[in-house]
Design a protein around this ligand. Structure first.
Ligand code: NDP
Ligand code: PYC
Length: 331
């Protein structure tokens, strides 16, 4: 499919499910970006997930995000129970202004439904010359290192760094061994998963995707991922007066919707510390990137940018079973 055709399909399905036009456009854009960049777990597959959240009444389909300024360096957007995409769009311009004025600023999204990857947000900020970090909890699906029962969400951390004349350096990953969406794709396709991704309900390691979805996922990197997952819970939960992953899954009441809660985004203007020397110091960072690539190791986001270039030229291929399920939405 061409990206335009995919965008139109996503918008039409989201509107038909009852989502207001401005939300449908913002949400469709995120899904198309994911598919375009080869991020299948957070691409057009998310139409099925968003549709379920809308129809189950988890998301407020016509929420109007409310922007406020709690302090000179802080922006808050109350998403009113809507999807996170429009809330971010409404808060980002003020976040950028405040980061430039103060050197650093933070944006809290509150009361939003989150089904998406975080890289589109940190990449957009890095494209404006800012260093960016983003965090969000999800639903309690992940066991702490040393345990086998869910406490944490899959809790992604994303980072963006501006590069003169190039696409930003971006990474974005779950603090679980893998995103839950990836396990869902394995389940859909009947594929076994590696046995270090999670536990069944009795706490045993398993290759069965369904058993892990019904049991508990593992953190990445043992105690290190576990501590980072806890940090994400704290930063984008209690610190911004929003839900932890345990509270989010309780609030879902078994409806199977996407996580409800908050997201914290930090933006740092390199000129704050560096003044006129920004360019010189960003060039020093380039030496590190060159040292990585110089030994044929790849940078995070390199695969994504290559997929983007391919998709822009050739369009994207959607698995037939997924396309059929998308076409069946609302029929
Ligand atoms: P991965 O484990 O695939 O890690 C993704 C990151 O690592 C990307 O930045 C990727 O770059 C980079 N990367 C992967 N392999 C390499 C390599 N060999 N060398 C260098 N860099 C590499 O992703 P996850 O399954 O952990 O997460 C996928 C997505 O799920 C994320 O976008 C995340 O935001 C999303 N998510 C969202 C949640 C939410 O609550 N909203 C919850 C959990 C996850 P590249 O893209 O170029 O491959
Ligand atoms: O894949 O873990 C995940 C996820 C949770 C919320 C959105 N994506």
């Amino acid at each position: 499919m061409t990206l335009d055709a995919l965008r139109e399909l996503a918008r039409a399905k989201l509107r038909a499910a009852g989502l207001a036009g401005d939300h449908a456009d913002a949400v469709a854009e995120t899904m198309v970006a994911g598919e375009r960049d080869g991020c299948a777990s957070h691409g057009i597959y998310r139409l099925l997930v968003a549709d379920r959240s809308i129809r189950a009444g988890v998301v407020v389909p016509d929420a109007v995000p409310q922007v406020s300024e709690p302090k000179a360096g802080l922006v808050r957007v109350d998403g009113g129970g809507g999807f996170a995409q429009l809330a971010f769009e409404r808060g980002m311009p003020l976040l950028v202004d405040k980061a430039r004025a103060n050197g650093i600023a933070a944006l809290a999204l509150n009361n939003v439904v989150h089904f998406a990857a975080l890289w589109p947000e940190v990449e957009a900020l890095a494209e404006q010359g800012l260093v960016a970090l983003a965090f969000t909890p999800s639903h309690a699906w992940v066991a702490p290192a040393g345990g086998t029962k869910p406490v944490f969400g899959t809790n992604p951390i994303a980072f963006g760094w501006p590069r003169p004349g190039r696409e930003p350096f971006v990474f974005d990953f779950a603090t679980s061994a893998v995103a839950r969406g990836e396990i869902e794709l394995h389940r859909r396709e009947g594929r076994a998963i590696p046995d270090d991704w999670g536990y069944d309900a009795d706490g045993r390691s398993t290759n069965d995707a369904t058993a892990v979805l019904d049991g508990a996922m593992r953190t990445f990197g043992g105690h290190k991922g576990s501590a980072l997952a806890a940090m994400v819970e704290l930063l984008a939960g209690p610190l911004i007066a929003d839900m932890t992953s345990a509270e989010s899954i309780a609030a879902d009441k078994g409806r199977g919707g996407s996580p409800i809660g908050g997201e914290l985004i930090l933006a740092i203007d390199p000129a704050g510390f560096l003044g006129d020397a920004v360019r010189a110091h960003l060039e020093r960072a380039e030496a590190m990137f060159a040292a990585i690539e110089g030994q044929s190791a790849r940078l995070p986001s390199q695969r994504r940018y290559a997929a983007r270039a391919r998709s822009l030229a050739e369009g994207v291929t959607i698995p037939a079973a997924l396309y059929a399920d998308i076409m069946a939405i609302g029929v």
